[in-house]
Design a protein around this ligand. Structure first.
Ligand SMILES: Nc1ncnc2c1ncn2[C@@H]1O[C@H](COP(=O)(O)OP(=O)(O)OP(=O)(O)O)[C@@H](O)[C@H]1O
Length: 210
């Protein structure tokens, strides 16, 4: 799915935090949004991922505006995956049950756990595995329904360098198989893995590196 942001402006109250942003997210690409704290990364990611409506401008999905997509819950469920800094796994369910809960086709859960290298941990609870393993489970949950695109906000914010690089490797691998990733991050190392880097500064796109 091609996602385009057109002349995006966003205000929180009177404070303008995006000042005219044009971006194109190509289908199946791994796009990183980087920049200093407060530059507008999370706001831009939220606008592109349907979680927030722009004050001005529009986001389109294969040329359609949000209003033309039909039922928004269904659109999100069928096309979008989300990963956040915190995993948001349910602590009373095992990793496998957390992923199965989100799955439209439960028979896909075990193969995906294998692909992500956490099949041996499937029956453990989230407080019985490492931070990197928990985040892999959260990524599995985001991927389980084969979304067109996964949006991730600081997905490695709680991870050490080794685990963070492992997460970028995963995104790169799945993007080669056709899933798009749009990832907001403080971490400049993500640039070694992403296809496109959108660098934000003070509410505008400073530069786009390919
Ligand atoms: N809900 C909100 N209400 C008011 N101001 C907000 C809100 N969310 C963000 N802001 C402000 O908007 C600006 C951009 O925030 P945003 O979270 O998009 O930046 P960021 O680049 O993701 O920052 P960080 O890397 O620290 O997460 C900041 O000045 C922030 O204080």
């Amino acid at each position: 799915m091609k996602i385009e942001g057109h002349a995006l402006e966003h205000f929180y109250g009177h404070e303008q935090v995006l000042r005219g942003v044009d971006v194109v997210i190509e289908p199946g690409s791994f796009t990183a949004i980087i920049g200093e704290s407060g530059s507008g990364k999370t706001t831009l990611l939220s606008l592109l991922s349907t979680l927030l409506q722009p004050t001005k401008g529009a986001v389109t999905y294969d040329g359609k505006s949000l209003g033309e997509l039909g039922n928004i819950d269904r659109f999100r469920r069928e096309h979008i995956g989300f990963v956040f800094q915190f995993h948001y796994l349910i602590s009373y369910l095992t990793l496998r049950e957390n992923i199965a809960l989100a799955a439209l086709d439960p028979s896909l859960v075990d193969p995906l756990l294998g692909e992500l290298g956490i099949e041996k941990l499937a029956r453990r609870y989230s407080d019985e595995v490492s931070g990197g393993e928990r985040q892999r489970a959260a990524i599995a949950r985001a991927l389980i329904n084969h979304p067109s695109v996964v949006f991730a906000d600081e997905p490695t914010g709680n991870l050490d360098t080794k685990n963070a690089l492992g997460v970028y490797e995963l995104f790169k691998r799945f993007s080669h198989e056709g899933t798009g990733f749009v990832v907001a991050s403080h971490d400049k190392k993500i640039a070694d893995y992403a296809d496109i880097i959108i660098e934000m500064e003070d509410g505008i796109v400073k530069q786009i590196h390919k």
